[in-house]
Design a protein around this ligand. Sequence first.
Ligand code: FES
Length: 157
Amino acid sequence: MFQLSAQGLQEVQKELKRYETKESAIIPALYIAQKENKGWVNDEVIHHLSKVMEIPESRINEVFKFYTMFNQRPVGKFHVQVCANISCALNGGRELAQHICKELKVGYDQMTEDGRYTVSKVECLGSCGTAPMMQVNDKYYENLTPESAMNILRGLK
Ligand code: FES
């Protein structure tokens, strides 16, 4: 059964106090919970947040299912999100995403057999001036080439 850590609970309570309505804290609370649940959100997480925040599960689910940055399935230790939007696409972002999948022998949104990586193709991550780029967990990597991206990914600890 999922439960936030003491620190996670404290962070969610802080978010609840930050806004005029409790609902405004749903996005940050989902982020906190997703991080503590190995990078994804399931029914147990929604149930726990509903109790902690005193918000109906249906309301939290609406937000959770709308935003693509919340994962509905387990992801690898490193969630590799490669931007395939216009600036990145014009600078090889789509080929970069394909190259990473080929090298890691995995399809989009699938986890490698060793549980190390999940590769996703995503929309603009707001770093268009340094295209092509990828986000791995919380970190951005920019001005990538297929070689530099694979060096980064293989070196992750
Ligand atoms: S188009 Fe890739 S970061 Fe904006």
